[in-house]
Design a protein around this ligand. Structure first.
Ligand SMILES: [Zn+2]
Length: 284
């Protein structure tokens, strides 16, 4: 490794430390809001589920199992239950996620801005006058139009909840659980969501938005006529996957070039701890 390679590696590690700390801080600040969302969703679910209490009475079971064994809490019963929950919580979840994204994109852009001591104007470097970045930046606006409160992502979160709920109800039917037992299992599952899942979602969404803000700011510099390049960085421990190691091995590549995995920047997967670094393209 040459001296300049060592310096480059050190500089990237320092940026990584800064980005990781800030992402953790933003995610920690938003996690309680996601937990609160799952608490609201829990009350609504339990409330809706109480409409089906009659299905759990001994007399109904005996009757239903004798008459039509497959008709006990049917797929259509479940879909009706879920569709009400989904409809009533979708906007709430979207608002919560958009809150995480807003702070991520804002702080991600500012991180790169803060590392610059000036900005380019008409192809000329102007010292000491930082380029401005906030959510009204056209690039931030465009990113939000495309990904803000991302529908497919929110549908995914709801879909996971739906599947978990369906699993509990299926277990309840198979095991002949009482209504109270089933309601308790649902309640416990939502409490789990409020802890681990809320944390994972907060970290993933923050990482995604922060890296997006970082990248959009770099794109803005490119718009100003600066040749930019980027570098994928892993956390360099045994948990790093092959995909991310390969992306890191790409080295410094032009801003618009895709990494080996096909990603523009991290995260490449859920739980990804990688980060991107940017610099003006080196002429040497
Ligand atoms: Zn990674």
């Amino acid at each position: 490794m040459t001296l300049s390679e060592a310096a480059d590696r050190l500089a990237r590690a320092a940026i990584g430390m800064q980005k990781t700390q800030e992402i953790d801080r933003i995610a920690a600040a938003h996690r309680p809001r996601l937990s609160a969302f799952f608490r609201r969703q829990k009350s609504l679910t339990l409330d809706q589920f109480s409409n089906y209490k009659f299905l759990f009475t001994e007399s109904y079971r005996t009757f239903a199992e004798k008459a039509t064994p497959n008709e006990f809490f049917t797929a259509s019963d479940f879909n009706q239950l879920w569709s009400k929950i989904d409809t009533e919580t979708f906007d709430d979840l979207q608002k919560t996620i958009t809150g995480v994204q807003s702070e991520g994109v804002l702080k991600g852009g500012q991180q790169l801005l803060d590392s610059m001591t000036g900005h380019f104007e008409g192809g000329k470097w102007v010292e000491g006058v930082p380029k401005f970045w906030d959510l009204s930046n056209p690039r931030a606006v465009a990113w939000f139009q495309q990904h803000g409160g991302s529908l497919s992502y929110i549908k995914n979160i709801q879909e996971t909840t739906r599947n978990e709920l369906q699993t509990i109800i299926a277990q309840s039917i198979d095991g002949g659980w009482s209504y109270n037992q089933t309601a308790k299992a649902i309640s416990d599952k939502f409490d789990d969501f409020g802890r681990d899942r809320a944390r994972r979602i907060a970290i993933h969404e923050t990482t995604q938005a922060y890296e997006a803000g970082n990248n959009e700011f770099a794109q803005g510099l490119k718009d100003d006529g600066i040749q930019m390049e980027k570098h994928w960085n892993t956390s360099k421990d045994e948990k790093v996957c092959d995909t991310c190691n390969q992306n890191e091995a790409d080295g410094w590549i032009p801003l618009d070039q895709l990494h080996s995995s096909g990603h523009q920047y991290p995260p490449a997967h859920n739980g990804d701890r990688c980060f991107e670094t940017y610099r003006q393209a080196q002429t040497s």
